[in-house]
Design a protein around this ligand. Sequence first.
Ligand code: PEP
Length: 258
Amino acid sequence: MRTFLIAGNWKMHQNVAETKAYFNEFTKLVSKAPEGVSILLCPVYTSLHAAADAASSVDGLHIGAQNLHFEDKGAFTGEITAAMIKETGADHVIIGHSERRQYYNETDETVNKKTKKAIEAGLTPVVCVGELLEERKEDRHFDVVRSQVVKGLEGISKNDALKTVIAYEPVWAIGTGETASPEQAQEIHAFIRKELAGLYDEATAAEIRILYGGSMNAKNADELLSQEDVDGGLIGGASLKPDSFSEIVHFAGKIYSS
Ligand code: PEP
């Protein structure tokens, strides 16, 4: 049975002092991850060390970066390697977030290289896919998501695919307050799982976690997480407050044990 992953993407928020204060508060609300739930928080690079230190006191609480470079070293000003991320104590990394695709020229090809590098370094990649508003309006969302999944995982073995997490994030729902309905989320998550079964096999597809992201919050998380193929959330805004994020974590725990 798949377990939940409740992940927070802090984007370019929270300095070191704010990160420490957050964990101080959060660990009072969640002293250990509920059964069947892993928790992930992804701060900015400069807060990774502090976050990893604070997270080490909580069972099932993981830290991740928001990006990496696919090379091991070199003249890539402003970039960071997988090994450098690992060194901070982080064990996950978000790859191909729509903001990186939109503003930093991230492509399916770089997503694929970064995913391979993360796995090689022992980091769990959270690979983001999702369609733009016009693509959904033109009913092209299945094709777009299929292509992102297939290209993002190209050349990745079954064993390595089992180490990845997919995050379906419709771009029109990110930071907009507009959420996919639980039915829309379930429909496309089931579609992604079918594609994974085609790429690998049913058993592998059944094990890979598929997260939903896009304005998930303490009000809508219960319904979204109750969908059969929704195995967690990648949460931006609502992960910045320990109380709303911890509520979502507890919802997942209740759903798992019900
Ligand atoms: C995200 O950053 O991946 C995200 C889903 O943001 P929000 O929850 O704020 O829509």
